[in-house]
Design a protein around this ligand. Structure first.
Ligand code: FES
Length: 107
């Protein structure tokens, strides 16, 4: 199981073991990490699972699909080049060490 680090906007870090096959959003919500609301349940329809992928990882993730790209235009916090929807990132063993940061707000 890859180790994933979530960093909240206030700097609080959460290190978790993430089972392959689930989404990054499911890992966060399953662990009760504040800052990932996931109002649509992972359907790429709400943008409340917005995260900033550590720049070291940006090129190592599959590119966002058009539906994710479109929804990233609807994030409450600023969209940055490393913005992604956590529900659209599936955990794989290749993501060992992934670091993502949460924006200050999701709504
Ligand atoms: S959970 Fe709604 S867009 Fe990710």
């Amino acid at each position: 199981m890859p180790d994933i680090t979530f960093i909240q906007a206030d700097g609080t870090e959460h290190g978790l073991e993430a089972p392959a096959g689930v989404s990054l959003m499911q890992v966060a919500t399953g662990a009760g990490i504040a800052g990932i609301l996931a109002d649509c349940g992972g359907q790429a329809q709400c943008a409340t699972c917005h995260v900033y992928v550590d720049p070291a990882w940006s090129d190592r993730l599959p590119a966002p699909r058009p539906i994710e790209q479109a929804m990233l235009d609807c994030t409450a916090a600023e969209r940055l080049p490393q913005s992604r929807l956590a529900c659209q990132i599936t955990i794989t063993e290749d993501l060992q060490g992934l670091v993502v940061r949460m924006p200050e707000f999701q709504q």
